[in-house]
Design a protein around this ligand. Structure first.
Ligand code: SLL
Length: 172
């Protein structure tokens, strides 16, 4: 296998979460009534990013991503969640914010090592620094404020890629 020396190629991604407050009805339907929110953490393409992608639309990363592993807080059963096909996301309910480890494994033909990043799961609405609003508003107020979004843009860079992998990247 031949590497294309001196060449770097990148693919733009976004990763992060959306969260909504559960209604009283939804909470009562859960086996865990202490859970207050439903959230989705995801890795998505930024190349075709639009609002519809963020809420769960088209996704096209599987030509170079084989698996995304989301490592949740230990309070969850089976905290290590492997997702082997798009959409690369996990939806859960819960009551608290925590750090999610996100490990991205590439297709074997790439010869690339997995990469790891972190996302702080955000449930509570954003508040302006120095404002008088409470840092965590009451649930009824938070519900009226609508879904919370916390997303980061990043670029996955492949240096000296294999010629065959480069062809795959360029063909998609
Ligand atoms: C905290 N550092 O103490 C955080 C931890 C953990 C959140 C938050 C659900 C657990 C379950 C859940 O929301 N865990 O019941 O499955 O605030």
């Amino acid at each position: 296998r031949v590497r294309v020396r001196g060449l770097s190629i990148y693919r733009p991604i976004i990763y992060g979460n959306t969260a909504v407050v559960l209604t009283q009805k939804e909470r009562e339907a859960l086996s865990t009534p202490d859970h207050t929110h439903r959230w989705t953490v995801a890795v998505r393409s930024a190349a075709s990013a639009s609002d519809s992608d963020i809420v769960g639309g088209a996704d096209d990363l599987s030509y170079f991503i084989k698996r995304v592993t989301f490592k949740l807080h230990d309070t969850y059963s089976n905290p290590t969640r492997n997702v082997d096909k798009p959409p690369f996301e996990v939806t859960e309910t819960g009551w608290g914010e925590f750090e999610i480890q996100i490990r991205i494994t590439f297709v074997p033909e790439s010869g690339e090592k997995a990469i790891t990043t972190y996302h702080h799961l955000k449930l509570h609405p954003w508040t302006a620094v120095g404002s008088n609003e409470p840092e965590i508003p009451p649930l009824d107020a938070a519900m009226k404020m609508g879904p919370v979004h916390s997303w980061q843009y990043d670029e996955i860079v492949f240096n000296d890629p294999f010629q065959s992998f480069l062809n795959v990247l360029l063909a998609n």
